[in-house]
Every structure is written in structure tokens, then in C-alpha cells.
Write a protein that binds this ligand. Structure first.
Ligand code: GLU
Length: 417
């Protein structure tokens, strides 16, 4: 087996793809195409450090599929980034975009680096170097990167600038998740978290429950978890626990989100937040709450801890937080899982809005963005829910099945099968 398909995460995703493919009797040629990425680009990203030393960091961009439109997906800066993980995440983008009905394919990439160990200057030089190496492979009609773990709107601004300089004129559509001042979309920053909350509301509604009577635990307090917590609390949800790399905090009658956000702004991490109990990241996952939203990294719920999960509903804000064997245990225990390709789709939906706005040079209000996002998230949830009911299947297999059906149809029309 080659190094792309040999990773655990890649195998986990493909298990779901195989199972869903079987269920919908997918054309075997369509399935075969989706089992491997179209292109995998391995780069060497040079960085001259502040003390003058040149270091090369491994960089990747995996372009999984472009049947529905240009490749689309984030760039990650993390010490665990590797080819197989990028491929797994790229394939999830293909399925996510298909499920959400976006005219986009799937890609993902990143640099194997710990961004917390770099100065701001080093981060900028690394990003510009990465953008130069990526240059020939990206573009508003080819492949459009966006933020992911360890990257943000500033990273996208540097990529846009580097790419535009090399191109000769301003190319706003080459990346999404940019600052609003340079072609970004209103509402992009909170989009993934907001999408998670729309899914929480829909999932609770299937049990005749309202978010205002629900207890919620959120793992991760970054781009996804932070906004999921704020939006959930805004709608009256009781966010009883959150965590970040420094650990977790718990408060039975709900954390005060505005105070917590102010605290994190000052102290960088959540640990030590007054009027809350410290807990570990592991404890957080095992809390007795209505909704658990793992919004940090992949592989946090495995066969080791799946049996100890007490939440009724698990909403995958991160990509791949629940392994496929853990998924089976959770389903045996009667849990509902809202899978990543649906639950965290809000980010790429608003990326799509941003790309469209950049292409026509006409920008929408935050209210317009939020309304359009809600429509897509609700419709996507409904299509998965109806499939699940009709075929008596779980939400993970159903989400993948709906995505595969759309991809299969498009592939057939394009003569790819
Ligand atoms: N990184 C996000 C994701 O995994 C957003 C991707 C994008 O906006 O292209 O969905």
C-alpha cells in the first residue's frame, strides 16, 4: 500500500466510502476514481529563520477530485501534517462539498511545522515561501485554499499578496477566509461554528428538544469551537464545558461566554478562568451532556473511550474526530452522530460565498451571509436525515451516501465512469 492510502485516518474515511458505496450500489468505476486523489503535490518549503539559518519544512497539497468544480479546501500548519492525513482531509472536502451542493471539488494541504514555535516574521516568510511553491497549482479557477488548523485570515492575506505579486495583478479569488478588508466575506470567521450550531439545533429538533434547554460541551476553542460556543450561548444553549490545549473548564449552570472570550484575549488560553472547575480534555469528552461537539483535531474518540461517552448527540465540528470503530460503538450505545462533512460544512459554504463575491466584485451583508448559510445547512441536514429515515441507516453512512450519489451522477454526465 502506498504512503497516501496507508494512514489510519485515510483508511477510516475509505471504510465509510466503501460502506456507503455498497449501500447505494454505486458504479464501481465511480468508486474506484474516488478511492485515490487525482494529484498529490509534495513540496519543500524553505524558511530563513530569525537567526539566519535555512530550514526546509515538508509541505503538501492533495487535490482529491474536481468533478463538481475547482479543487477547494484548507491549509493546515501542524507538526502532524503528512501526505496521508492531507489526502484523507482532501477526500473529506470532496464529499463535504458534494453533500452541501457546492460547485467545488476537494483538496487539502499544509506544512508540517509547529506554528507556535515561529515568530510572526518567520510565519510570514514561511507562508510566502509556501505560496510561491504552491503558485503553479492554485488559482481562482483551479484550486482555492482556505484556513484550517494553525492558519488564519492573516495567512490567507500573505498567500493572496504573494500570489498576486507573481501574477502581476490582484487575485482576490485565489484564497478564501481572507480579512474582509481585502476581499473576504462578512461572517466567514464565525461560519464553521455557526454551521455547527445550526446542526445542533436540527439534531435536537429530531428529539423534540430546543437548544435553550440543552447542555453542551465543546472540545477546542479555536476557529470552530470558539464561535460554536458563542453562537450556541447566544441562542440560549447552556455551554457547560470548553477546552483548548491548556486543558478544559466546567461550570454546571453554564459558562459566561463574553467573560471567557475576554479572558482568553488577555491570557491566550482558557485554563485558570475564574468561577469554573478545571477538567482535562478527556474528562470533557465523557461529560453527561445533551450535546458533545469535538471541534479540535481528528481521532479524539476511539475504541478506548467511545464506551465512556455519555452525550446523546455528538456533532463533529472537527474533521474526523470519531474513528470508524468508535462510530460503531457509539451507534450500538444509541448515540446520534452528526458527521463532519455535514456538521463543519459552514466554513466552506461561506468560503464558496466569498469566492462568488470575489468573482463578481459585489459584497453581501453579514445578515445575507447568515441567512444563506442557514438555508444550505438546514437543507443539507434534511437531505441526510431523510435518507437515514428512508433507508434506516445512521447519519454518517447517509451523509456519505448523499454525497456519493451526487458525485456519481456528475461523473456519469461528464463521461468519467
Ligand atoms: N478548512 C475548512 C474545512 O475543513 C474550510 C475549507 C474551505 O473553506 O475551503 O472545511
Amino acid at each position: 500500500m502506498n504512503s497516501i492510502t496507508s494512514g489510519h485516518f485515510y483508511k477510516n474515511v475509505m471504510k465509510t466510502v466503501e460502506a456507503a458505496g455498497q449501500l447505494i450500489h454505486i458504479n464501481p468505476n465511480a468508486l474506484e476514481r474516488l478511492k485515490t486523489p487525482r494529484r498529490s503535490i509534495i513540496l519543500s518549503v524553505p524558511l530563513k529563520t530569525d537567526n539566519g539559518k535555512l530550514l526546509n519544512f515538508p509541505g503538501y497539497r492533495v487535490q482529491h477530485n474536481q468533478t463538481l468544480g475547482p479543487f477547494k479546501g484548507g491549509l493546515r500548519y501542524h507538526p502532524h501534517v503528512n501526505l496521508s492525513e492531507s489526502a484523507a482531509l482532501a477526500s473529506l472536502m470532496t464529499f463535504k462539498n458534494a453533500l452541501l451542493g457546492l460547485p467545488l471539488g476537494g483538496a487539502k494541504g499544509g506544512v508540517c511545522v509547529d506554528p507556535n514555535k515561529l515568530s510572526q516574521g518567520e510565519l510570514e516568510r514561511l507562508t510566502r515561501s509556501f505560496a510561491t511553491e504552491l503558485g503553479p497549482f492554485i488559482g481562482h479557477d483551479k484550486d482555492i485554499p482556505a484556513p484550517d488548523v494553525g492558519t488564519d485570515s492573516q495567512t490567507m492575506a500573505w498567500i493572496l499578496d504573494t500570489y498576486s505579486k507573481e501574477y502581476g495583478y490582484c487575485q482576490t479569488g485565489v484564497v478564501t477566509g481572507k480579512p474582509v478588508e481585502i476581499g473576504g466575506s462578512m461572517g466567514r470567521l464565525s461560519a464553521t461554528g455557526l454551521g455547527v450550531v445550526y446542526c445542533i439545533e436540527k439534531a435536537l429538533a429530531t428529539r423534540d428538544q430546543n437548544i435553550s434547554s440543552a447542555t453542551i460541551a465543546i472540545q477546542g476553542f479555536g476557529k470552530v469551537g470558539l464561535h460554536a460556543a458563542i453562537e450556541a450561548a447566544d441562542l440560549g444553549g447552556k455551554v457547560v464545558a470548553v477546552s483548548d490545549v491548556s486543558g478544559g473548564i466546567f461550570k454546571a449552570d453554564g459558562l459566561n461566554l463574553p467573560d471567557l472570550v475576554a479572558y482568553v484575549k488577555e491570557n491566550r488560553f482558557i485554563s485558570g478562568f475564574p468561577s469554573s472547575e478545571p477538567i482535562t480534555n478527556e474528562d470533557l469528552l465523557e461529560l453527561k451532556v445533551d450535546v458533545l461537539a469535538p471541534c479540535a483535531l481528528d481521532g479524539v474518540i476511539t475504541t478506548e473511550n467511545a464506551g465512556k461517552i455519555k452525550a446523546d448527540i455528538i456533532v463533529e465540528g472537527a474533521n474526523g474526530p470519531v474513528s470508524s470503530n468508535a462510530t460503531n460503538i457509539l451507534y450500538e450505545n444509541g448515540k446520534m452522530i452528526i458527521p463532519d462533512i455535514l456538521a463543519n460544512g459552514g466554513g466552506v459554504v461561506v468560503s464558496y460565498f466569498e469566492w462568488v463575491q470575489d468573482l463578481v466584485w459585489l459584497f453581501w451583508t453579514e445578515e445575507e451571509v447568515r441567512n444563506k448559510l442557514k438555508k444550505i445547512m438546514d437543507a443539507s441536514f434534511d437531505s441526510v436525515w431523510h435518507f437515514a429515515k428512508e433507508k434506516n441507516q445512521n447519519m454518517r453512512i447517509s451523509a456519505m451516501s448523499v454525497a456519493l450519489q451526487r458525485l456519481e451522477k456528475a461523473m456519469k454526465l461528464r463521461g468519467q465512469t
